[in-house]
Design a protein around this ligand. Structure first.
Ligand code: G3P
Ligand code: MG
Length: 239
């Protein structure tokens, strides 16, 4: 079972910052999950919410600010005393950092609230520029977004994110020509797992933060867990 750090090592460090990614790497995680949105001037940045309110010391929508302004915000302000200033990273900065490392990256396109037209092409260009084709899984709750990107790059690996108990998830995923399914772990009851496996779909599930759930998913033969505590998952897997 693979161990993916959700928004980096976000259980202990400011989510979706280079610090959280570096710390995830140091725990021995197999991969990193991160979320991307577009700035006003069309830069791909790594941040979970459509607004900067929750995770930075600023307010307002990501898409209303140019990169230069966004990068002055402190994406670690909730942890300020412990870790100092960490800005919102660009996907380019992340690619530069990860390209020489033995890490898989799950890039989640946050295209469900705003479509961010053209984001798929921009993300693809970076993947190609840094030759990360074999080291990424691109996922989204917006399956249209996945199909748009797959049309441009059928050679990449894709995952369909869901937050619901879909009937026939394996048949659905396979009907779109996608190889991975990214559900909430709670929906992975035996009949769901069985149907996905019958369609040879890989299962990468989120957000798995308790050891008892890691154990249950391991016993069910789930391919990857995506969670906030990659250190805990690593200890479990070593045992
Ligand atoms: O990609 C798995 C997980 O990150 C999906 O939900 O809201 O944490 O991005 P969210
Ligand atoms: Mg995510």
């Amino acid at each position: 079972m693979k161990n993916f750090a959700h928004r980096g090592f976000s259980g202990k460090y400011p989510e979706n910052t280079m610090l959280a990614f570096q710390k995830a790497f140091e725990t021995g995680a197999d991969g990193i999950e991160l979320d991307v949105q577009l700035t006003k001037d069309g830069e791909v940045v790594i941040i979970h919410d459509e607004t900067v309110d929750r995770t930075t010391d600023g307010t307002g929508y990501v898409r209303d600010y140019p990169l230069e302004v966004l990068q002055k915000l402190d994406a670690s302000y909730l942890y300020k005393k412990e870790v100092g200033f960490w800005p919102i990273p660009t996907l380019r900065e992340y690619c530069e950092w990860v390209c020489e490392k033995d890490l898989v990256t799950n890039i989640e396109l946050k295209t469900s609230v705003f479509e961010y037209k053209g984001i798929e092409k921009k993300v693809l260009d970076l993947i190609r520029e840094y030759q990360l084709e074999k080291k990424v899984i691109v996922s989204s709750f917006n399956h249209f977004s996945i199909l748009r990107m797959k049309e441009m790059a059928p050679d990449l690996t894709y995952g369909l994110l869901t937050d619901t108990w879909l009937v026939g998830a394996g048949a659905y995923t396979s009907s779109l020509g996608v190889t991975c399914y990214h559900p909430n772990y709670r929906s992975l009851v035996p009949e769901v797992v069985e149907e996905l496996k019958a369609h040879q779909i890989k299962i990468n599930t989120y957000t798995v933060n308790r050891e008892e759930d890691v154990k249950d998913l391991y016993e069910k033969g789930i391919d990857s867990v995506i969670g906030n505590f990659p250190d805990m998952v690593e200890r479990f897997l070593k045992r």
